[in-house]
Write a protein that binds this ligand. Structure first.
Ligand code: ADP
Ligand code: MG
Length: 400
């Protein structure tokens, strides 16, 4: 069984019909509301073009930011409609309401191949509550439903879950399908050796992923501040490093069960504070000074992680190796990104999940050299944790 996608629909299913298309247009904006990063808009273009090309009348909807269930001009999607229009190179009708008579009339005024964008779904209090009345109101805005918002699929909201139960066909868009394909194949039938590289600030946010991946992978390489909670469990000095005292026991238990499959950094790049990059130096993990913090994995670790990536056939990466926002603590993260790019070119499957890791890969200019960079931070994490994503579960399935 796999999720049904727009590719499974016939020409007659699409031509002249209104499609309610849930996208993830939750883009970063500057103070004036201008879109500062259009990655998510560009990621939705293939689905929009496939639908318009088949003569469908496309009604896009998305959330943006965190308005509190009522209209808030700071979170209007109007500037997003402008940018989408520029990217598509064809008109996008902005609809200043989310649901209701005016919105419905706007969808009925569309001609074949035309695109509209509704106002922010979170302007409605029923969105996050997954209110059935709001879901029914969404259902009146299309003749069928497509969900391409992988980044919002881990939330059971009216526009991601409720409406999919009411408006049929309810299928996945191309981005959603691609996300499920890459992440699903890595978990279900990985080419081996299969390794995971996990970093980031907190072990508490990644513990479920470690647990879920342990039985599936040949090895897990740890980086980030998370390593320090493991160090603490090994009774090492961690100085001023970020440690989660209430997770030390859990870390000890995990190390014992994982045994050789869990690799911790051998050395660390430390400094008295993030701002004091000039005083950064490498130390063995058992020599972290009491008045300094581990801010990146060290050079020996970088070399050994590079080798591990070099001999793996499937690599999943979630969470930066260090404080990658500030040089020189970006070295570990950059090295992992480079090693993964090289691995891709020799045929390995490389997958990056997690908002900050994806941003680091983009910043390094290496995104195109990965097999797949997930657009869904929280959603990809929950998928890797083995959790069912409500927005996906609500879609139709077909035999694979
Ligand atoms: P992702 O979004 O990719 O899942 P996380 O949100 O879990 O990643 O973690 C990213 C954050 O972790 C970054 O802001 C980074 O600065 C921080 N981080 C990584 N290593 C360290 C460290 N050694 N000390 C403090 N913060 C760290
Ligand atoms: Mg993050």
């Amino acid at each position: 069984m796999r999720v049904r996608t727009i590719r499974d629909l016939s020409a007659a299913d699409l031509k002249g019909r209104r499609v309610l298309l849930r996208v993830d247009f939750n883009v970063p904006q500057d103070a004036g509301g201008a879109v500062t990063d259009d990655t998510r808009l560009r990621a939705a273009l293939p689905t929009i073009r496939a639908l318009t090309g088949a003569g469908a009348r496309v009604v896009c909807c998305s959330h943006l930011g965190r308005p509190k269930g009522r209209p808030d001009p700071r979170y209007t999607l109007a500037p997003v409609a402008e940018r989408l229009m520029a990217l598509l190179g064809s008109p996008v009708r902005f609809v200043p309401s989310v649901v209701g008579a005016d919105a419905e009339a706007a969808t009925r005024a569309l001609t074949d191949g035309e695109v509209a964008l509704l106002e922010n779904t979170r302007f409605e209090a029923g969105e996050e509550a997954n209110d059935p009345t709001l879901a029914a109101a969404f259902a009146r805005l299309g003749d069928f439903y497509v969900n391409d918002a992988f980044g919002a699929a881990h939330r059971a909201h009216a526009s991601t879950e409720g409406v999919a139960r009411l408006l049929r066909p309810a299928v996945a868009g191309l981005l959603m399908a691609r996300e499920l394909e890459y992440l699903g194949a890595a978990l279900e039938k990985p080419k081996r050796p299969f390794i995971a590289i996990l970093g980031g600030s907190k072990i508490s946010g990644k513990i479920d992923v470690i647990e879920a991946l342990l039985p599936k992978v040949d090895g897990i390489l740890i980086g980030g501040a998370m390593a320090c909670t493991f160090y603490k469990a090994m009774e090492l000095e961690t100085g001023r490093s970020l440690v989660e005292p209430d997770r030390i026991e859990m870390a000890a238990d995990l190390m014992e069960r994982a045994a050789y499959r869990l690799t911790l950094p051998h050395d660390a790049t430390v400094a008295p504070a993030i701002a004091e990059g000039a005083r950064a130096h490498a130390v063995h993990r058992d020599a972290i000074p009491a008045d300094e913090a581990m801010l990146d994995v060290g050079p020996d670790t970088i070399a050994s992680y590079r080798r591990a990536i070099g001999s793996a056939k499937t690599i999943i990466w979630n969470g930066p190796m260090g404080v990658f926002e500030t040089a020189p603590f970006d070295a570990g993260t950059r090295a992992v990104a480079e090693a993964m790019a090289e691995a891709t070119s020799r045929g390995a499957t490389t997958i990056v999940g997690g908002g900050d890791s994806a941003a680091a890969v983009e910043a390094a200019g290496l995104a195109a050299q990965m097999s797949h960079v997930s657009t869904g931070g929280g959603a990809s994490l929950e998928f890797l944790e083995g959790k069912a994503l409500p927005g996906v579960v609500a879609l139709e399935t077909v035999a694979s």
